[in-house]
Design a protein around this ligand. Structure first.
Ligand SMILES: Nc1ncnc2c1ncn2[C@@H]1O[C@H](COP(=O)(O)OP(=O)(O)OP(=O)(O)O)[C@@H](O)[C@H]1O
Length: 303
């Protein structure tokens, strides 16, 4: 089995008027969940479709475990993909839908029950697809992607339409698959969910790479926008001391004040020198949402 690393190199897709993907390069490592983020129209779906040979690149290439998708001997055993809420023949049961796919790919029928169990659809497997909820359809799509026991999973917005319990289930499943050493690449708009789910992130905007790396490193790379939240019963005195030290203060909710230009130990020291009691001293680090908005700000959201 290949190591399942995904390498995207100089990938470009020019439609008539729109350069959907523009000289994009990044890597996705096995054993980790990688979040693929970007504003609407950034080129995420086009990139994933090029990875899966569903769209032909104008330039550049992408490989999975060192091979282009088109050159894979048995794609279903290497890559599982869920690109949109799965569709199936309405009158067919979930189990039969999977049986058809397994038979066409030469996979043993026993895999159908394995994957139904894996996505907790074993009880609903004999129900007709037309009665499936959106969450059940998503699970069936993932079951189909897992049929070939692939090393690599590629999912486009898998949490779309899921309720909080469904999102949590999806998170546990994807983390579990990565923990088994698989490569998991997942696009999403849910930044707070990505902060919990992803180990690495790739952020694109207007078809170009904005940032890639471990989530914590990307967030820390914006550490300049960390701020210190402080509370004191003697704000005027502290304000004078901090302003003299070159800090900038901004009023927050409930009497708190946000301080930039000086770190928490600096605020503590200034308070001590000024003889001011502190009731709260907290470093407010930017979350992924704030970092994402800052990094993609001004990059045409919808082209
Ligand atoms: N077949 C096509 N023909 C022409 N333009 C296209 C085609 N497919 C996508 N585009 C354009 O390419 C750009 C990137 O689209 P894409 O769907 O890849 O973005 P996305 O990041 O997946 O967006 P979203 O988050 O809204 O799903 C958009 O401007 C889109 O309108």
């Amino acid at each position: 089995m290949s190591n399942g690393q995904i390498v995207v190199s100089g990938l470009t897709k020019q439609y008539k008027r729109v350069r959907a993907v523009d000289n994009l390069s990044f890597e996705v490592q096995p054993g980790r969940v990688t979040g693929f983020l970007g504003p609407n129209g950034a080129g995420k779906t086009t990139t994933l479709r090029m990875l899966l040979n569903l769209v032909t690149p104008t330039a550049g290439h992408a490989t999975i475990g060192g091979q282009r998708y088109a050159d894979l001997q048995q794609p279903i055993r290497t890559v599982g993909a869920v690109l949109e809420a799965s569709s199936a023949h309405k009158g067919r049961t979930g189990r039969n839908h999977l049986r058809v796919i397994a038979a066409a790919a030469g996979l043993p029928a026993s895999r159908v029950d394995d994957v139904l169990k894996l996505v907790a659809l074993d009880a609903a497997g004999n129900r007709k697809f037309k009665g499936y909820s959106l969450g059940m359809k998503q699970r069936l799509g993932i079951a189909a992607a897992l049929l070939g026991d692939p090393q690599v999973l590629i999912l486009d917005e898998p949490a779309n339409g899921l309720d909080p319990e469904g999102i949590r289930w999806m998170r546990d499943l994807l983390k579990g698959l990565a923990a088994q050493g698989r490569t998991v690449l997942v696009s999403s708009h849910l930044l707070s969910e990505m902060q919990i789910l992803a180990d690495d992130i790739v952020i694109i905007a207007a078809g170009q790479l904005v940032r890639q790396g471990p989530v914590s490193a990307v967030v820390d790379s914006m550490a300049t926008s960390s701020r210190v939240r402080v509370r004191t019963p003697d704000m005027e005195k502290l304000r004078d001391a901090l302003t003299t030290a070159g800090a900038v203060l901004e009023n927050g909710p409930d009497g708190a004040v946000f301080v930039t230009g000086i770190d928490a130990p600096g605020v503590g020291a200034a308070a001590l020198n000024a003889g001011v009691v502190l009731h709260e001293l907290f470093t407010d680090r930017p979350d992924l949402e704030r970092v994402f908005l800052e990094l993609t700000h001004g990059k045409a959201a919808i082209r």
